[in-house]
Design a protein around this ligand. Structure first.
Ligand code: SF4
Ligand code: SF4
Length: 329
């Protein structure tokens, strides 16, 4: 079984359009959309979802309101300002404290490095009121370090696994597809990418399908590394711009580092032929194989709007894409 991963140093180079076209051209592929932070291959391949699974990753602190005595220990120890004190904020609003300049966001209370329980106590005293409500955790800000759980004297903080997204197994007109959706502000996209790839490979092996086509994430961070390690071939798609050139250098240094064979194609090459030549020279020197150029073609956008892969339309650039595919096969 072969695994082709399509990546780009930056978003918007046409990576997903190419991956969708390859899915149409390939013989019985399994498709994996590993761009889990901004998945969009499903817009073209219209998957029919067959299985849906939760993606759990890391933990989050949750205060049991009934058990919280409001001691403030969690607030004092949380280094990312995730502990919220709604009662204190309410008291500030009611007392008019710092009314002239304060917008009551409580950022100072949550984020001051030198804060202690004593300071918080003084603040309460200054307000002349005892707090009445329990503390709470901002789930977006919480990084799941567990420190507040450790220091809560009442053991009033639960620490469940965080549901960070979901992954799906679907059917498309090109074959099975594994794809995912990462939750808002959720982390560990690299872990989710690994899971999607693993599942796609498992399906390919069990159904005796010869190829997995991976639509990888942009950039060179953790999700990209999770997408390319162990792949048969990486196709880096770039465009003839200064940022495209720079980002391709970074991508190729990544594939070199992990010793993965790399191929390069320049999309919209005719927008700057001179730059295209320069990028190809650099890519060759970096050890990559040049597998073709794809012309700028407005029909690509029209295909996306119709929910079709480019090679399913009459777009003039089809012959360029077919050429790239032949070079890769
Ligand atoms: S440390 Fe525990 S008891 Fe104290 S405010 Fe935080 S959750 Fe409530
Ligand atoms: S788990 Fe860590 S980041 Fe989350 S609220 Fe507790 S101390 Fe703050």
């Amino acid at each position: 079984m072969q695994e082709l991963v399509v990546i780009s140093g930056k978003g918007g180079t046409g990576k997903t359009s190419l991956a969708a076209s390859f899915a149409v051209l390939a013989d019985r592929p399994v498709i994996a959309d590993c761009d889990v932070d901004a998945a969009d291959l499903h817009l073209v391949l219209s998957p029919q979802i067959k299985e849906r699974h939760e993606f759990r990753s890391g933990h989050e602190a949750v205060i049991r309101q009934d058990d919280c005595t409001g001691c403030g220990a969690c607030l004092a120890h949380c280094r990312v300002g995730a502990v919220l004190t709604p009662a204190v904020q309410d008291e500030w609003r009611m007392s008019g404290r710092m009314r002239m300049n304060c917008s009551d966001c409580a950022y100072c209370e949550r984020s001051c490095d030198s804060r202690t329980n004593a300071i918080i106590g003084e603040m309460r005293e200054a307000l002349g009121k005892a707090r009445s409500a329990a503390y709470a955790i901002d789930p977006i800000a919480c990084e799941g370090c567990g420190v507040c759980v450790r220091f809560c004297p009442e053991k009033a903080i639960d620490f469940p696994e965080r549901i960070s997204g979901e992954w799906m197994v679907s059917e498309t007109r090109c074959g099975p597809m594994v794809h995912a959706r990462l939750g808002v502000a959720a982390e560990n996209s690299g872990k989710l990418v690994s899971l999607v790839r693993r599942e796609a490979r498992r399906i390919a092996e069990s159904a005796n399908r010869p190829l997995v086509i991976v639509d990888g994430p942009p950039g060179i961070g953790c999700p990209v590394i999770a997408s390319v390690t162990g792949a048969t071939l990486v196709l880096a798609v770039t465009e003839p711009t200064v940022s495209g050139e720079h980002d391709l250098e970074r991508v190729l240094s990544l594939t070199r580092h992990f010793d993965i064979p790399a191929a390069v194609c320049v999309n919209k090459w005719d927008l700057n032929p001179e730059m295209t030549g320069r990028i190809e020279d650099k890519a060759r020197k970096a050890g990559a194989r040049i597998v073709g150029r794809i012309r700028y073609d407005r029909a690509v956008t029209l295909a996306q709007m119709r929910g079709l892969a480019v090679v399913e339309t009459e777009a003039p650039c089809i012959e360029d894409i077919q050429h790239v595919w032949n070079e890769l096969s």
